[in-house]
Design a protein around this ligand. Structure first.
Ligand code: ZN
Length: 237
């Protein structure tokens, strides 16, 4: 019974609140300006080794910066990697403490967001001000609370299936994502599986290596989410 209720809530949450369907009741930013060929690569659920390491190495070679929505618990395990990402110009956003959807349902909730920010803040010396909820599932009370605290709630408009297990061919993922990318797009990828701190995930990196030069050839410029949306990435501790 409890399980049925939980699944029901999940389903309703996804249907009503997830970006881009319904736009999360207006709480999300799902894309940037549509009149400029600027786009952002975003990655959820990390950091993890060796996936995130391989990914940022590839991105470094292509000189492209991404925005990583990190799970607080993963950040602590991979603190050195988080510092390296920051030092190399990538932006770190908050993706909650432990990627558990049930915590969002409580009307008095919010600890999973604050704790995620605290964990990341302790490592980087600054607090993230971008938040992407696990599975894109946000309750209206969470949205209100986040906006009051100066957060930008970040969705996406280009969804990829790079989270699937077994992994889908990275070139196919890239080609599909490229076809639906528009000026201002925010593309969603994953550099871990929720809760996994150590993860081998080769196809996401292959997808990025293919899509970056392809979209650049179409005149697109890759920027971080704060640059794309003209918002703050961090606030002081
Ligand atoms: Zn996630």
């Amino acid at each position: 019974m409890k399980n049925t209720m939980f699944l029901g809530l999940n389903k309703t949450g996804n249907l009503l609140l997830s970006p881009p369907m319904g736009g999360g009741l207006g709480q999300f930013r799902n894309h940037g300006p549509r009149n400029m060929r600027r786009i952002a690569l975003t990655f959820d659920d990390g950091p993890s080794k060796p996936c995130t390491e391989e990914l940022i190495e590839a991105m470094g070679e292509m000189n492209v910066k991404g925005t990583f929505f990190c799970v607080g618990q993963n950040a602590v395990i991979n603190a050195d990697l988080l510092r390296r990402m920051d030092a190399e110009g990538h932006v770190i956003g908050n993706h909650s403490l432990a990627h558990r959807r049930i915590t969002s349902i409580k009307p008095w909730g919010g600890d999973h967001i604050d704790e995620g920010a605290r964990y990341i803040g302790k490592i980087l010396g600054k607090l993230p001000r971008l938040y992407r909820p696990p599975w894109g599932w946000l309750t209206p009370w969470e949205g209100r609370r986040l906006h009051q605290r100066g957060y930008t709630i970040v969705g996406w408009d280009v969804y990829t299936l790079d989270w699937c297990i077994p992994e889908i061919d990275g070139h196919a993922i890239a080609d599909k994502a490229r076809r639906i990318t528009r000026p201002g797009s925010m593309l969603l990828f994953h550099d871990a599986y929720p809760g996994a701190q150590f993860w081998q995930k080769r196809e996401t990196t292959r997808a990025i290596k293919r899509i970056v030069p392809a979209l650049r050839a179409e005149g697109y410029e890759f920027v971080t989410v704060p640059e794309l949306l003209n918002v703050a990435g961090y606030t002081s501790l």
